[in-house]
Design a protein around this ligand. Structure first.
Ligand SMILES: NC(=O)c1ccc[n+]([C@@H]2O[C@H](COP(=O)([O-])OP(=O)(O)OC[C@H]3O[C@@H](n4cnc5c(N)ncnc54)[C@H](OP(=O)(O)O)[C@@H]3O)[C@@H](O)[C@H]2O)c1
Length: 277
């Protein structure tokens, strides 16, 4: 297979190229003829090495990431952020910055695994139907931040999905063993050898428990999402958060009218189809 980049290849520079995720992104870029790797830096690199690329990928550390993103926005370069630690507050600040740079696109992708993103989307869909919800996430012992970015995002999306219903019931949340509350939902973080990434969202109902479970078995799970984000980053504008925004998540029950049409002949948006699901 000819993996030489084409002359029209999108130029990609990577911050965090020497790390685990950075090495994976580097390999994918080098193997894809529609991308060309122009630079890759680690902690000792100079940010200016990233200049001149069409897209900067940031896969560094939570305290480093804002500096990389600020550099990209200031230089008018679109950026894909895989680094965790981008809380809602941090993203709001970034939105204000990017609003002053309308030609720039920032994609914040807390999880490149399509299965994980689907699990988070299903959790947001289910959140309106349960008042008792808790998250248990497990990652490698080497992961320094907790809760994970995926757990924070899952909790925030569930909180937003049930905002009209108020906080979930989280009894005795003042006790440390009851986890850290995010959008009122208790999140419990395990840091264990041998684990890549696992997340269970437990929904307690009347006479039933629903558990949505996703496990990443190998970093190969990130490959499809990384390529999807890189391709979307070519034309991105503004701040986009989450791989789910790049996926077509419409769901239709067989026998229902085609999307956009209700059974009474009217038209409906995605919210109506979600309700019918
Ligand atoms: N979105 C996702 O799906 C996903 C998946 C896995 C991990 N992550 C997140 O991605 C991030 C990276 O994970 P990882 O496992 O690859 O971590 P890692 O192996 O520790 O790599 C961190 C990288 O950041 C670099 N770095 C540190 N300080 C820097 C600085 N000041 N300027 C430039 N580069 C700097 C390191 O360079 P040196 O080698 O020189 O130290 C290294 O290349 C973490 O936040 C992790 O939680 C996200």
């Amino acid at each position: 297979m000819d993996n030489q980049p084409s002359s029209s290849a999108t130029r990609v520079a990577i911050a965090g190229a020497t790390g685990r995720l950075g090495r994976l992104v580097s390999r994918l870029v080098e193997e894809s003829p529609d991308f060309a790797l122009t630079a890759g830096i680690g902690s000792q690199g100079d940010l200016d090495e990233l200049g001149g690329a069409d897209i900067i990928v940031d896969v560094t550390l939570p305290h480093v990431s804002p500096r990389i993103v600020d550099y990209a926005v200031a230089h008018g370069v679109n950026v894909v952020v895989g680094t965790s630690g981008w809380s809602g507050d941090r993203i709001e600040t970034l939105r204000r910055t990017v609003a002053r740079a309308p030609a720039v696109g920032v994609l914040i992708i807390p999880n490149f695994s399509i299965g994980s993103v689907l699990a988070t989307s299903f959790a947001a869909m289910a959140a309106r139907f349960y008042d008792s919800i808790e998250i248990v996430e497990a990652h490698a012992a080497t992961k320094i931040d907790s809760p994970s970015g995926t757990a924070v995002r899952t909790a925030e999306l569930m909180g937003a999905a049930r905002s009209e219903l108020g906080p979930v019931g989280a009894p005795h949340a003042d006790q440390r063993a009851r986890g850290q509350q995010v959008a009122s939902i208790p999140v419990h973080s395990l840091r264990l050898q041998g684990i890549v990434a696992k997340q269970d969202v437990h929904f307690g109902g009347v006479g039933e428990v629903l558990t949505l479970s996703h496990e990443t078995l190998s970093p190969a799970a990130y490959e499809a999402g990384i390529l999807l984000a890189l391709r979307a980053a070519r034309t991105a504008r503004g701040v986009t958060v989450g791989l789910e925004r790049l996926l077509d998540l419409r769901f239709r029950i067989p026998g229902d009218p085609p999307a956009g049409r209700t059974s009474d002949g009217g038209t409906s948006g995605q919210a109506a189809s979600a309700t019918s699901a």
